[in-house]
Design a protein around this ligand. Structure first.
Ligand code: CP3
Length: 366
């Protein structure tokens, strides 16, 4: 019997490729004068331009209208000159396409009929993204057209990771104690695994469709990926992060895993071998870098990890915090970002300042 080993695809651009947007240069390992900079939730309520559009349409209407969502995606790039545009959408759009009624209220997302039985899991479909979410691929194509004259700017696509999506689908929305998904995990792990596997299949075809439409990097958001201990992480979270990462067309676009609150499981997280790892501010980039080096992943791109709440500080307080963060990132294999999304109270002028400090070389890595 012959066994065929299929090596997972990795993004390996050539450093001599002049056409590479700045965001992708860290993946070549070249030493850089300054890191690329973008912000999670860089489009949103802290921007007046965003609120003006949102006053006319609901959040879901905005997500499904490519003309408006393209405008909103471009707002922070136009206002602050970030090195990347992230498509404007939400991680909960695919669960809606799988068959779950979704609404966004003042208290966040709500699934009217949360998953509470194995029969509901089995009734969910793995949607064809072109058929059920065509507005996302339409948005990506529009944004690439809009950015055609600015090849130094990259376009980012994204999806939620299976575990985080399952948290919202089972809890029905944001949760304090995750009692429904945890009860399910203890009582009927087999059907929870079926759900996570279906979600992984959904996310793989969805992200590959985004890459085919023109996304130049994709980010897999595991906001609740740090919820369990290491055994739980290795059982319910990591296998599905890895399945998604291994299923992506990564020779075309690097895949970045965003792991929130995962400082206690980092060695296991590294075993998922993403092209880039984005972490929140509770993880030190210096210790993460040495862990990655020790595990043989010397070229791993690290992304992060300024506390988004630091972004609310006076400029004279903020500047040394950004400087300190850049020092931990280093001059290669590093993308500057916040450790979690910008919050609505963020002063837009601070976003502008941080981009200017980094772009001008006034603050340096090291
Ligand atoms: O980063 C960007 O600029 C792109 C857009 C983006 C949004 N959501 C827009 C949004 C991205 C990448 C997301 C991802 C997302 N959505 C995550 C993972 C990242 C994270 O923040 O942890 C999660 C967990 C969600 C689910 C979600 N969407 C929640 C819990 C909420 C409510 C909380 C909140 O901030 O209001 C949303 C709504 C949402 N998604 C808004 C935006 C701009 C606010 C909606 C509004 O305009 O009323």
């Amino acid at each position: 019997m012959t066994t065929t080993l299929i090596a997972p695809q990795r993004f390996s651009p050539s450093a001599s490729d002049e056409s590479l947007p700045l965001l992708l240069k860290p993946f070549t390992g070249e030493v850089m004068n300054r890191p690329p900079v973008w912000f999670m939730r860089q489009a949103g309520r802290y921007m007046e331009e965003y609120r003006a559009i949102r006053s006319k349409v609901s959040f879901l209407e905005l997500c499904k209208n490519p003309e408006l969502s393209a405008e909103v995606s471009l707002q922070p790039w136009q206002a602050f000159h970030t090195d990347a545009v992230i498509m404007f959408c939400d991680i909960l759009i695919p669960p809606e396409a799988m068959g779950m009624a979704l609404d966004f209220t003042d208290h966040g997302p709500v699934f009217a009929n949360p998953l509470r039985s194995a029969a509901q899991v089995d009734a969910l479909r793995v949607p064809d993204p072109q058929e059920s979410m065509p507005f996302v691929m339409d948005l990506i194509r529009r944004l690439r057209c809009e950015l055609a004259g600015s090849p130094e700017t990259a376009l980012i696509g994204f999806a939620g990771a299976p575990w985080t999506l399952a948290c919202y689908m089972i809890e029905g929305g944001t949760s304090k104690n995750f009692r429904h998904i945890k009860a399910w995990m203890y009582e009927d792990p087999a059907s929870l695994h079926r759900l996570l596997d279906k979600l992984a299949d959904t996310v793989i075809v969805y992200l590959n469709a985004q890459i085919a439409a023109g996304a130049q990097m994709v980010q897999l958001f595991d906001t609740w990926g740090g919820l369990l201990d290491e055994h739980g992480y290795r059982t319910f979270i990591m296998p599905y992060q890895k399945k998604v990462l291994d299923g992506l067309n990564r020779t075309q676009a690097p895949a970045v895993l965003y792991m929130n609150n995962g400082a206690h499981v980092l060695s296991a997280v590294l075993e998922t071998t993403p092209d880039g790892l984005s972490v929140d501010d509770r993880t030190s980039l210096i210790s993460l870098r040495s862990l990655a080096n020790d595990s043989g992943q010397t070229g791993l791109v690290l992304q992060g990890n300024l506390d988004p709440i630091a972004m609310l500080s006076r400029p004279e307080v903020l500047k040394p915090l950004v400087q300190a963060n850049l020092k931990t990132g280093g001059n290669t294999n590093y993308i500057f970002n916040v450790g979690h999304g910008l919050i609505p109270q963020t002063p837009p002028d601070n976003v502008k300042r941080v981009v200017e400090w980094i772009r001008s070389g006034e603050l340096t890595t090291g």
